[in-house]
Design a protein around this ligand. Structure first.
Ligand SMILES: C[S@@+](CC[C@H](N)C(=O)[O-])C[C@H]1O[C@@H](n2cnc3c(N)ncnc32)[C@H](O)[C@@H]1O
Length: 286
């Protein structure tokens, strides 16, 4: 059983890292709809459905204020972000009252033939997800460990779809745990699209994360990194990273443009960067 945890996503909901992660998630969900055949979407660390932007935790951290609220205020007309704004329902000139978590975004993307599974360790969050998300039987929420669920539920009958792995990184071992669970999931289901989020705290740590992914020797890995503070500035979270395995066609170009737009609006002046590039080739050499 995972160790007891203090993490509460409400402090961070709607921050730049949520924006970056959800841009990648929505692009991949949209890409799955290019074909009519059903897909399966799994969210291993789901959180709840929606985050109240009036909540004391949100006000206290100020992360959404510097993140999604600023993006809406300054960037609502940016074309490359139009679909994202549509998905979070940010309206022109209005502040966002609630920010959707990944389960709400996924549920909203499903067609009648598609299916989703949300896994969340904290019962209160899982119940909130269940309550807040309208479902017509295509969505299931499980209270439990997301890594164990990868073993239990993959590969899906649909044989196509995506998995979002978005752990809180409270424990120093989280990256190791995630990589091990992902490698095992990939062995079971090598054609799935996997999106894995990681924090960027410094240039050295980012390099280490990339190296550890590369060491898995799995082809078709795309990383999308967006930093809004200088690396090594001593700030907790300088940037947000997303590793996408089996990315859909066009993801590289889309994320490069979308992240650049977010960076322009949100980054501290003269700080940070956007880097979207292939980590591993289409085929691994033997
Ligand atoms: C970063 S938040 C998820 C945010 C969400 N994916 C989104 O994008 O809106 C991480 C969540 O993982 C949950 N969690 C922590 N350890 C877990 C585990 N082993 N299995 C499943 N959920 C876990 C936390 O309670 C928290 O809600």
């Amino acid at each position: 059983m995972p160790a007891a945890m203090n993490y509460r996503h409400l402090y961070h909901a709607g921050n730049f890292a949520d924006i970056a992660k959800h841009l990648g998630l929505l692009y991949c969900l949209d890409a799955l709809k290019r074909k009519d055949s059903p897909f399966f979407a799994m969210d291993t660390h789901a959180g709840r459905g929606f985050y109240d932007m009036q909540a004391a935790e949100v006000q206290k951290s100020g992360e959404a204020e510097r993140g999604i609220q600023r993006l809406i205020e300054k960037g609502l007309g940016i074309a490359v972000l139009a679909e994202y704004f549509g998905a979070i329902r940010g309206r022109r000139g209005k502040r966002l009252a609630r920010y959707p978590g990944s389960p709400a975004l996924i549920a909203d993307s499903l067609r009648p033939q598609d299916r989703a599974l949300f896994v969340e360790l904290m019962p209160a969050e899982a119940r909130a997800a269940e309550r807040e998300i309208e479902s017509s039987g295509r969505v299931r929420t499980e209270i439990g460990d997301g890594y164990a669920a990868l073993k239990a539920f993959l590969p899906p009958d649909e044989r196509r779809g995506l998995v979002l792995i978005d752990p809180p990184y409270e424990s120093l071992d989280e990256l190791k745990t995630m990589l091990r669970a992902f490698a095992e999931a990939y062995r079971r289901w090598p054609s799935g699209c996997y999106l894995m989020w990681y924090p960027i705290r410094s240039a050295t740590q980012r390099e280490m994360v990339h190296t550890r992914f590369e060491a898995l020797r799995i082809p078709k890995m795309l990383f999308a990194d967006l930093a809004i503070h200088p690396d090594d500035a001593g700030i907790g979270l300088a940037g947000s990273g997303l590793m996408i395995v089996n990315p859909p066609y066009g993801a590289d170009e889309y994320l490069r443009k979308a992240y650049a737009a977010v960076h322009d609006v949100i980054a501290a002046p003269g700080s940070g960067y956007v880097e979207v590039a292939r980590l591993t080739p289409e085929r691994m050499a033997q």
